[in-house]
Design a binder for this molecule. Structure first.
Ligand code: ADP
Ligand code: MG
Length: 615
């Protein structure tokens, strides 16, 4: 039975049993559904996007208080003057809650997400704390007593006052949300989100606007929390500040982490576990210990330690492993979902004619304080050639690489790509103009398949947004992107490995994945930072063949490399850096004959390495 059939089976069983389950169980199930909605948002934020929020309970509070106020405020009722029927007020409350939560999340996101590190978690703690006190001190919102007398939800004339009536709506909403999020993750937009974990630099180089993605995912998580709060308010029929304080915000985080922050179903598992455990412990512990108090918090803390220590990815993957024999092996990544739709054809732009200058550095200098890492370096890369940049360690090669790929700005001088001055532009604009690159230290999403990693490289060539992905309207484009990725994987001779996790491959193969990923973006200029480092002899031969073929197709290739034999056999032109300054430039033969190069590069070594390489 597939996972989908298991899910359908479980839903069916629950639906059939619903009428017979005791009231207490029904109420518990309602709460599990509500908490899972919040935790699923956290899975997206934490497990997928790599960010942490302690403030989700406050967003739940925004959703709950918005509808509570709209449904009970005499002032609002007077202002509306009966223009909206009472049955519609909860929907107005929902709208207000979602708008308010999105607004706050967008604001917090915009001020913190560009900063790296701990700013966002700290900011969410401050937000979680301050909202709790705000709720408690605003008279309009009932202070610490809260607001009571909320009306039940009424849908199509049916009152959803009882948990037995509201529960199915909560769970249907949860399942729908999980389905939409699952679709989102299994798409171009999802790859861009996952890329956030690969670091800003990598993601931006693939054309992903990381700041925007981070704000969007934060807003999404806040919206899910506010939706949960709306249901919560109409289930309880009253609100007070307690369920929205920082403690509860931490509990939501518990749920996501214990269940498995990388898995959507982990949110449901975590919500169920923590809720059941809490309801048991709240009875049991005070009886055991003979005094009352929130002792369950201590048990949660210990549980968290245990999970982080023994099940670093949460309990869901362990559960999935244990039940694997009752389920068929999952279909190979990407194939199952996108294969049935005919692929669109991706736009292809013709490469510029051979010999045309595509990338040009004019007198580029870079100073770090007093250190001149690059001193008026000028060079260009032309269509249909391999240009090698060499130089001893610390010569300034990586610094230069960063400047011509938009990672860093020069202190002086200009970088031109496709004729455009690029000063001050981020690396994703370099990518948009046709620059593809690899990294000296391989930057792949190790847990994701080779196919998935390479498809990220084609990000710019697709258009589908979040909504289209959630609703599965992106399948034709997705099939095209995956086809393109598979084509580049074949080209780099990784065909047999496409469905393996990238981390399981050798370093040489991982470097090849990076090249395939760069090629999936259909670049005109390819920058490779030490592509031969750590490769075995045969892998180097294969790499040289691939680069020669790409050159023949018209790509402009710049290689920063240590391996002399590799460079001298492959390159059309060589530029030599020493102490940030160009000391020689020309064909491999000219450069090898240059006494300054021999001096700088081989300094003190008697053996004529270069002559050997040229042979
Ligand atoms: P290469 O890649 O040729 O080995 P780099 O470009 O990494 O050389 O470094 C050139 C010089 O610039 C080195 O002396 C290095 O210490 C210095 N350098 C590089 N990056 C920075 C930085 N961010 N801050 C200060 N100094 C740096
Ligand atoms: Mg370097």
């Amino acid at each position: 039975m597939s996972t989908r059939n298991w899910t359908l089976g479980a839903v069916l069983a629950l639906a059939l049993a619903w009428g017979w389950l005791p009231e207490f169980t029904i109420t518990l199930l309602c709460y599990i559904g509500l908490y899972a909605l919040v935790a699923a948002g956290l899975v997206m934020l934490t497990g997928v996007g790599g960010m942490t929020s302690f403030g989700q309970a406050a967003f739940v509070g925004v959703g709950a208080y918005a509808t509570a106020w709209v449904c009970t405020s005499p002032a609002l009722a007077a202002a509306l003057g009966g223009s909206i029927a009472a049955a519609w007020l909860p929907w107005l409350g929902l709208l207000l809650g979602l708008v308010a939560a999105a607004g706050v999340a967008w604001f917090l996101g915009a001020i913190t997400l560009k900063l790296q590190g701990h700013y966002l978690p700290l900011c969410t703690i401050a937000w979680g704390l301050s909202l709790y006190f705000l709720f408690g001190n605003i008279e309009l919102l009932g202070g610490h007593t809260g607001i009571s007398g909320l009306p039940p939800l009424v849908v199509a004339g049916v009152s959803l006052a009882a948990p037995r009536a509201l529960g199915p709506v909560i769970w249907a909403t949860l399942l729908l949300a999980l389905w939409a999020l699952h679709n989102l993750l299994d798409s171009r937009a999802g790859r861009a989100l996952r890329a956030l974990k690969g670091g800003r630099l990598m993601a931006e180089s693939m054309g992903v606007d990381t700041a925007r993605q981070r704000v969007k995912i934060f807003v999404l998580a806040a919206l899910m929390a506010a939706l949960s709060g709306w249901f919560y308010a109409h289930l309880q029929r009253f609100v007070n500040p307690t369920p929205f304080n920082l403690n509860i915000g931490i509990e939501y985080l518990f749920m996501a982490v214990v269940g498995g922050a990388g898995y959507l179903w982990g949110a449901v598992l975590g919500a169920a576990l923590i809720t059941l455990l809490k309801s048991q412990l709240q009875d049991l512990l005070p009886r055991l210990l003979g005094s009352s108090g929130n002792f369950e918090v201590i048990v949660f803390g210990l549980l968290m330690l245990l999970v982080v220590h023994r099940f670093a990815d949460g309990l869901w993957p362990t559960l999935a492993r244990l039940t694997a024999r009752w389920r068929p092996a999952p279909a190979a990544s990407g194939r199952a979902s996108a294969a049935s739709v005919p692929a669109l054809s991706l736009a292809r732009s013709a490469l510029p004619p051979a010999g045309q200058v595509l990338l040009q550095a004019e007198e580029v200098s870079k100073r770090f304080g007093g250190l001149v890492a690059n001193n008026a370096v000028s060079m260009d890369v032309r269509a249909g050639e391999v240009h090698a940049l060499i130089g001893p360690n610390g010569a300034g090669k990586s610094t230069f690489f960063n400047m011509i790929s938009g990672v860093d700005d020069p202190s002086a001088g200009t970088v031109r790509l496709m004729g455009q001055a690029m000063t001050g532009r981020p690396s994703r604009e370099f990518a948009a103009l046709g620059l593809g690159r690899t990294f000296q230290h391989v930057r792949l999403l190790g847990q994701r398949s080779v196919l998935d990693n390479v498809a990220l490289g084609a990000h710019r060539r697709g258009k589908s947004g979040w909504l289209a992905s959630m609703l599965r309207l992106d399948r034709a484009e997705e099939a095209a992107l995956l086809d393109e990725a598979r084509r580049q994987i074949e080209r780099c001779q990784l065909g047999a490995l496409a469905d393996l996790p990238a981390a399981s491959l050798s370093l040489g193969q991982q470097r090849a994945i990076e090249i395939a990923r760069a090629l999936a973006g259909q670049p005109a200029v390819l920058l490779l930072d030490e592509p031969a480092a750590g490769l075995r002899h045969l892998e180097k031969v294969a790499l040289a063949q691939l680069l020669a073929q790409l050159r023949a197709e018209g790509l402009a290739i710049l290689v920063v490399e240590h391996d002399m034999e590799f460079v001298m056999n492959l390159a059309d032109r060589v530029t030599v850096l020493e102490f940030g300054t160009v000391i020689a430039h020309g064909t491999p033969a000219q450069v090898q004959a240059d006494p300054r190069v021999l001096d700088a590069y081989l300094g003190g070594i008697d053996e004529p390495l270069l002559t050997q390489a040229a042979a």
